[in-house]
Design a protein around this ligand. Structure first.
Ligand code: HPA
Ligand code: MG
Length: 213
């Protein structure tokens, strides 16, 4: 599938010593890829893009937060959306899991229920932290479309430049990033680093330190 979206290309890394990194994580980080202020500003712009596409008569926006990684992105998106629109913003949660250490197991599960009344006729935005192959996202979108949303769009904070064929193309993309394992702002490595405010590249020491043995 052809890629068609606008995004900031985060192809430059920053020296971690220039940022305020929590002590627990400083030795596990290679470099900073996206500083917190840049995340905030980009999310604000994505919210504006969503607000600009809302039809007059839509009753509510439903953000479908894909747990766990998207919890910070979806929360920030909600914060920014309520500044820009008078339409209620509903948040629903779904969970998909496929990673063990930094390896995709390929075996994906969708957990959690989506009541049809929060999807039907609503302007639905599925909110992801990162999409790589898009396999799970495709299944989730097919499931949502059966519930009769006014529209169902995908927003992802990050999009990795991979060579492989894409199953879906998101409507809103925050940043285009290189094919490296990233952590922070909700993204984890074995549940750690979600609390880090910046999006960073993990180093080999960090992978070993927080490895599931
Ligand atoms: N980091 C964390 N989770 C992920 C990544 C990543 O780079 N890619 C897919 N899930
Ligand atoms: Mg995820």
């Amino acid at each position: 599938m052809k890629q068609k979206f606008e995004a900031i290309e985060a192809d430059k890394v920053y020296d971690k010593s220039l940022f305020d990194i929590p002590n627990a994580y400083s030795d596990s980080i290679q470099s900073v890829l996206i500083p917190p202020g840049l995340i905030r500003n980009r999310v604000s712009k994505l919210a504006r893009n969503i607000a600009n596409e809302l039809p007059e008569n839509v009753e509510a926006i439903t953000l479908v937060c894909v747990l766990k990684g998207a919890f910070r992105f979806s929360s920030m998106l909600m914060e920014e959306l309520v500044k820009l629109t008078d339409i209620p913003v509903i948040m629903e949660f779904i969970r998909m899991k496929s990673y063990h250490n930094d390896v995709s197991t390929g075996d994906v599960q969708i957990l959690g229920e989506l009541p049809s009344n929060v999807i039907k006729d609503k302007f639905v935005v599925v909110v992801e932290d990162i999409i790589d192959t898009g396999k799970t996202m495709k299944v989730l979108c097919e499931m949502l479309n059966q519930l009769g949303p006014y529209k169902c769009l995908i927003a992802t904070l990050l999009w990795k430049e991979l060579q492989t064929e894409r199953e879906v193309v998101p409507h809103y993309v925050g940043f285009l990033i290189p094919d490296v394992f990233v952590i922070g702002f909700g993204l984890d490595y074995n549940e750690f680093f979600r609390d880090l405010d910046a999006i960073c590249v993990i180093n080999e020491y960090g992978k070993e330190k927080f490895k599931i043995k």
